[in-house]
Design a protein around this ligand. Structure first.
Ligand SMILES: [Zn+2]
Ligand SMILES: [Zn+2]
Length: 138
């Protein structure tokens, strides 16, 4: 099990596995995280269990259908379900254990912060990873 929690520890969860971590540079992710990019782990919904603090989680709909969850006590991000309910997006900074994977790609590099330079050799996508956008068939 890979454990995760928010800053105050009120929200806790366990993931069976973390198949992928992607780095998103879009302006919404940057603001939501207060960071250069979001390091987002993608976990199938069946593989993640909220073990504590469900009642502390509040959601902000940053664009139609996209709910960004956070802990209303400490303000940390919390796991957020995808619009179709199949996945959780988990800010990887919440993970307490090593997920066993490293970031695989950069997305939305077209709206990257001007003060951040990407210095690794991971694949870069201007916007969505082709085939995984909101309008692509699942
Ligand atoms: Zn918290
Ligand atoms: Zn983003």
């Amino acid at each position: 099990m890979i454990r995760g929690s928010c800053l105050c520890g009120g929200v806790q969860f366990e993931a069976k596995k973390v198949p992928l971590i992607g780095l998103c540079h879009c302006s919404l992710c940057r603001k939501a995280n207060g960071a250069a990019f979001e390091s987002g782990a993608v976990v199938p919904a069946d593989d993640l269990e909220l073990t504590k603090g469900d009642e502390l989680i509040q959601a902000y709909e940053s664009s139609p259908g996209t709910r960004r969850c956070f802990c209303r006590v400490c303000g940390s991000r919390a796991p957020s379900k995808s619009a179709d309910g199949t996945h959780y997006f988990v800010p990887a900074g919440l993970l307490d254990d090593d997920p066993g994977v490293k970031p695989a790609l950069h997305m939305f590099v077209g709206s990257k912060a001007p003060w951040w330079d990407i210095t690794d050799d991971l694949p870069q996508f201007e916007e969505w990873v082709p085939g995984y956008g909101p309008d692509d068939p699942k």
